[in-house]
Design a protein. Structure first.
Length: 136
């Protein structure tokens, strides 16, 4: 079982390295991406998202393949109106962020696998700040 896990990790690392060479330059993804109801700040190790009544993190480097497609893991935290209360769980749910990049446009779908819930599909533009309406 340990050998299978090691093979899987090595294959995954190799696939990511190949995707990094073949896909869109990772440096070109860094910075602000925004659209209606979402804002994404892409950094070297993943990203930070803000949505209407939620926020999230991407915990893996976004590395598009040759076709501009990517799938990364992270967290999604639902918010509610008013201040964050002491004792509120801010760990959120495991999330899968999948999408594609075509030039300056990103399509991003957010799924919460444990809940079998699709949060939404968003269209973001590089260099644009998203329009967010926080819970009031």
């Amino acid at each position: 079982m340990a050998n299978n896990q090691a093979r899987t990790e090595n294959a995954s690392a190799g696939a990511n390295a190949n995707a990094s060479r073949a896909g869109a330059p990772v440096e070109g993804l860094l910075g602000t991406w925004g659209g209606p109801h979402i804002n994404l700040e892409v950094n070297e190790s993943g990203g930070e998202l803000n949505y209407d009544c939620a926020h999230g993190t991407i915990k893996e480097k976004i590395v598009p393949d040759r076709e501009g497609k990517f799938v990364v893991k992270g967290r999604h935290v639902k918010e509610r109106p008013g201040p964050t209360r002491e004792g509120d769980d801010q760990s959120g749910d495991a999330a899968t962020y999948s999408g594609s990049i075509n030039g300056e446009t990103m399509s991003l779908t957010v799924v919460l696998p444990a809940r079998d819930e699709t949060v939404g599909t968003f269209t973001l533009t590089k260099g644009r700040t998203g329009r967010i309406r926080k819970c009031m």
